[in-house]
Each structure stands twice: as C-alpha cells, then as structure tokens.
Design a protein around this ligand. Structure first.
Ligand code: ASP
Ligand code: MG
Length: 421
C-alpha cells in the first residue's frame, strides 16, 4: 500500500462541478489501494478576491487579520471537497493547517514551516479515511495565531506533509499537463518535460516559472520528496521532479527550459563614488527593506568622473519602498540620482548540461540579436543564464530562444484551466 499526497490548485477546484470531478479522482486513487492525503487550494480566484475585499475596507490591512481572512478560502474548498467525497461513499475528514500540525514562525503573509506534526492526519488514515488538508496555512505556537505561507503556498503544505508522513510521492495537480520547456501560454509549441532534476526546477521556479512554487521545490529537494506534476483534467503522465543525489534516474538534456518573468523592476543608482564600501553601503540599505534583489550590474567608472552606476532588479511590489529608503540616504552614500524602470522583462535559460557544454551563452545572445532584441543586463549561475530585455519584447525573446535550442514540440500544448495553478 502506498501513501500518496495529492495537491489540487485553485483552478482544479474552481466550482462545484470541478470539486466533484476532483473528488472522483481522489476516490479512484483510494480504491486503487492507496492511503490518500489531499491538500487543497482556495477555489479559483478566491484568494485574490478576499485580498481585494481587505483592501477595500483598509488601505493597509493588519497581517494577522489578513491571514485570518485569506485562510478562509482554503477552509471553504476543504470542507466542500470532503462533502463531495463522502457523497461518493468514501470516508473523508478535513483539517485546517493548524489541525494538521503545520507549525510556522510568526511572520504573517510569508510564514515558514518550522515543524510538522500530522498526528490527526495519520489517525484519519489509520481509520481508513481520506484526509483533506487546507493548503497555504499554519499556526504559530508563540503568538497562538494563524499564519499563511505566502502566495502559492499550498504546494509547500503538500510537500511538508509528504515529508512528515514519509509519503511515496507528492502529486501536484494543476491545469497544464506538467512542467513545460516554456510557459505554453507564451510559447504554444512548448514541450512537456518527462523528468527534470529538482536543481533545474528550482532555477526555473526562481526565474518565474509558475507551475511550482519555489519554496515547495526547495523543501522537496531538502527532504528528498519526489514531486509529480500532473493535470487534474486528464490522466496523462505529467512531469517527475527527481533528486539524482538520492539515486533517482533522470534523462540528460542540455537545456531544461526557458522561464519568463514580468514581475520585476530595475533600479539604477547613478553616479556612485568608485571607492571601496559603496556597494556594501547601498545593499545594506536595500537589505533593510527586506526586498529580495536579484541581478546586480555595476558599470566601470570612467577615469574622468570616478563615478560608477549600479543597477539591480527586484520585485515591482518592493520598488516604491526601496526607492524611498535609498533616496533618504542619498547624501550619506553620495550618489547623484536614482532611476526606476518597471518596463523590464527577464528571461532565464536553465539546464544542468550547461556545466559541460560550451557555447550556450553565445547561442542565446545570437538568437536575441537575430530577432533584434536588445539585452540590458546579464547574469549567470552554474546552470542558468538570465537576461533583462524590454518588457514588450519578452514574449518574442522567449519564443526565439526556445526554438534556437530546439525545444519546440510537434503539437500545441493544452492549457485547461487558465491560471497555471
Ligand atoms: N490560495 C493561495 C493562493 O492563491 C494558496 C495557493 O493557491 O497555493 O496564493
Ligand atoms: Mg490559488
């Protein structure tokens, strides 16, 4: 008998019909002789709607109350799903994050899981029931309050439960057939990947691939959980995210895929004195805002001016805060001015084979050049090359790079739901 954790995203449980369809699927898995734990997201766009509702009564809702509100979304779907399963004649019990033993730190809105004690989930399984757990939420012992794990956090709930229960596999059900070589909404000829390493998946998720949430991939990698990304709309094979370190086998492709991200902006600090300590000073100020910065580029100062420019990218959501904080320290740091640009797009090419294959960056830059696309910033890791372009050329950039690396498949990829979650 296997223990399977299944996570269903919001687009898979968007309405009553979808919930019944998913319930059937879960019951089939149970009848095939498996123990089943289900983690469920809020229905459709419920989380966004609750968020908007909060903003309509308060410009800056308190973190505690916002978490209390948002966790209601998953409560609705877990209870409905349990009812639907029971009506199919199978025993099911739903649990909130805290009932399922997901203990987190106290950081409202982006809490981290510190401990998982799924005693009640285990007891439900022992009693022959299917356990349904609300995703995206936990409980902090210190404050006694409900927390949320950050947007898309249900993936992490599923992985954390799979690790704690020592599940055989953690299946992530979404509205596409698996992980693709690019977002099928942007590149219709994107190909489904059969097997990908968790290292590559981590880079793709960090670079904006929305199919899996980055913290979940990190958690799975650390705890050796095998992820299986599948569509809840058909029975296709999906994508296995494996950990070769644990002896799991993976096909070797040089390039795994191309990711695109339109959620970032670029800040340029103009006229920074070219003396030791200035980068340290600037990024200490930026760090104090808790913004996650990504690419950093410093141009060489011309001898005549002795001044350099430093550019970096960061989530648009953090833009105003960082500009404000840096502006306040302008004379202390001694730079001339700040430029803010939120019309950038970021493309990342990811593949473990880059380590041992020369010429990957040359091919990437040539493909962009041939399409007349200007590169504004470049950064690399061992298995990733990222470039910044104008936002309005990003889609074209992804398509030309995708075909330059022969990633195009034969048929058009199918997108069933539409949100990619
Ligand atoms: N419902 C939450 C969100 O939309 C969590 C999730 O879907 O994973 O972000
Ligand atoms: Mg959602």
């Amino acid at each position: 008998m296997s223990l399977i954790v299944q996570k269903y995203g919001g687009s898979s449980v968007a309405d009553a019909e979808s919930i019944k369809r998913v319930a059937k699927r879960i019951v089939e898995t149970r009848k095939a002789g498996n123990d089943v734990v289900v983690v469920v997201s809020a229905m459709g766009d419920t989380t966004d709607e609750l968020f908007d509702l909060a903003l309509s009564v308060s410009p800056l809702p308190s973190g505690r109350e916002l978490d209390m509100l948002l966790t209601a979304g998953e409560r609705i779907s877990m209870a409905l799903l349990a009812m639907a399963i029971k009506s199919l004649g199978q025993e099911a019990r739903s649990y909130t994050g805290s009932q399922a033993g997901l203990m987190t730190d106290a950081k409202h809105g982006s809490a981290r899981i510190v401990d998982v004690n799924p005693a009640r989930v285990r007891a439900a399984l022992d009693a022959g029931a299917i356990a349904i757990v609300a995703g995206f939420q936990g409980f902090n012992r210190g404050t006694g309050d409900i927390t949320t794990l950050g947007r898309g956090g249900s993936d992490t709930t599923a992985v954390a439960l799979a690790a704690a229960l020592d599940a055989d596999v953690c299946e992530i059900y979404t509205d596409v057939d698996g992980v693709f070589t690019a977002d099928p909404r942007v590149v219709p000829t994107a190909r489904k990947i059969d097997t990908i390493t968790s290292e590559e998946m981590l880079e793709l998720a960090a670079a904006g691939a929305k199919v899996l949430y980055i913290r979940a991939v990190e958690y799975a990698r650390r705890h050796g959980v095998t992820l299986h990304v599948r569509s809840s709309f058909n029975n296709n094979e999906g994508t296995l995210v494996v950990n070769p370190e644990n002896g799991e086998i993976v096909e070797e492709a040089i390039i795994a895929g191309v990711a695109a991200d339109l959620s970032e902006a670029k800040i340029t600090v103009v006229g920074v004195p070219d003396v030791p300590g200035k980068a340290a000073q600037i990024f200490t100020i930026v760090a104090s805002t808790e913004a996650n910065i990504d690419m950093i580029v410093q141009n060489v100062s011309t001898a005549a001016t002795g001044l350099a420019d430093i550019s970096f990218t960061l989530p648009k959501l953090d833009g105003a805060k960082v500009i404000q904080t840096l502006e306040a320290k302008k004379s202390e740091v001694g730079f001339d001015s700040l430029q803010y640009d939120d019309q950038i797009g970021k493309l990342a090419l990811v593949g473990a084979g880059m380590r041992t294959n020369a010429g990957v960056s040359a091919k990437l830059f040539t493909a962009l050049f041939d399409a007349g696309i200007n590169i504004e910033m470049i950064s690399t890791s061992e298995i990733r090359i990222s470039v910044v372009t104008r936002a309005d050329t990003l889609g074209e950039a992804v398509r030309v790079v995708h075909s330059a690396f022969d990633l195009d498949g034969e048929e058009e990829a199918k997108v069933h739901g539409g949100t990619g979650r």
